[in-house]
Design a binder for this molecule. Sequence first.
Ligand code: C2O
Ligand code: CU
Length: 490
Amino acid sequence: MIKRRSLLLGGAVAATGAASATGAGVLLLSAPPSSAAAAVGIDPGSIAKYVLKMPVLPDLRPHGASITTDYYRMTMEEAYREVIPGFQTKVNTYNGHFPGPVINAWSGRRVVITQTNRLGVPTSVHLHGAHVPSSSDGGPMDLIAPGGGTKTYTYPNKQAHANLWFHDHAHHLESETVFRGLTGTYLLRDEVEARLGLPSGQYDIPLSVRDARFDDSGQFLFQMDDFFNRQVVLTNGKAWPYFEVAARKYRFRIFNTANLRSFQFALADNSPFTLIGTDGGLLAAPYTTQSVLLSPGERADIVIDFSRYPVGTELELRNIIPQAPGTPPDVSQVLQFRVTRTERDHSVVPAKLRTLPALPPATVERSFSLLMDESSPEPAWAYINGKEYDPDRVDTTIAYDTTEIWTVTNANKIAPHNFHIHLVQFRVLERNGVAVTEGAESGLKDTVFLRAGETVKLQATFTGYRGVYLYHCHLFDHASMGMMAQMEVV
Ligand code: C2O
Ligand code: CU
């Protein structure tokens, strides 16, 4: 196959020198890259914490509507934004927003978005977690030309409520364009969710969390597979911001939009919060926990009750995932809540949230093995079932309306991966042979985390649309290295 990566990223790859090929995010065993490499750019310890105010992501309004459809326009363009205090960083935006704006969709009501690409590289807009026709799925080769090209995407929204997001998917380019800002939020709501009385309006806040690396002039510094050096944690486009809250319940819909980094979110006082949902919407019932783990692409929907804190309390949201030796402590800090006032709270978290769809009997079983070169110097390659992504090859053919069980294994010794399937929301039946019965993996999922050596068993029903769709590791740098494949529903 043609190695487009060497064509498109040749310079960037050559420049990374001997950077680590592991992209390891968790329980990582590899040493950090050479100290010379690590020293380049702004030291995260020098960035003042909790001085920038966390913005609430802006809603995008439709420019038109019919009985069935809302029409939106978005333009991808560069802008300068204050991401770390005192610097203006050049970022990629949707409509000037870093990260992109929020689309508010309603189940059963169509959304049509015309995207214009004013960046210097081709792009493709994928709505992650959505059940959409292949022609609007934002495939890696279905590109919008740079310098003003347009494409109109149609999203039927024939699925239940879910916390979706959109991002670039242009093959070999997405890891960099996403790093520079091409992500946005798409909240699909429905009656089931709306009836519950959960915290809403200004108490229902999406948090888009990721990491980044900056050079000495405060500009993004992108290198492939640069996990260790991306040590600045951004929430809603700001490094380590603060957010003022009332002493009441809030709903936070957390999106991990990082390229490689997994986060395990916990409150600094270790107090419990309530997990109410995951990638594909609400869990059957609320689940009380002290932390939630999100690999890139995954979402958690949580409710934090600040009424237990006196006004004046400052409370950190932390990242407690184990870090490699040499990792600065800053990576373990995320965001600071400040309880500034009391307020009445009529919201509730009911004991039953939804009925998950029944699992139909599966008739087909398949296995997938995820592997990347761990020891070779750059460029590293990455494979599913021994093959790199080839846009001209269909790897898996699925009969329409079939329910299948997929066993997915991370065959690496060090590198974590995850597994994302387009088109469907799946269920995680087992992790390492143990049945999943509660918690974050008991709901509908479209992305599932796999530490080195782990195996999960997934069940999905492929229906609604025929056509070619992707499945891949959602650590974008790994997908760019080839850990991506195609299925065709026929
Ligand atoms: Cu969010 Cu194919 O990805
Ligand atoms: Cu991976």
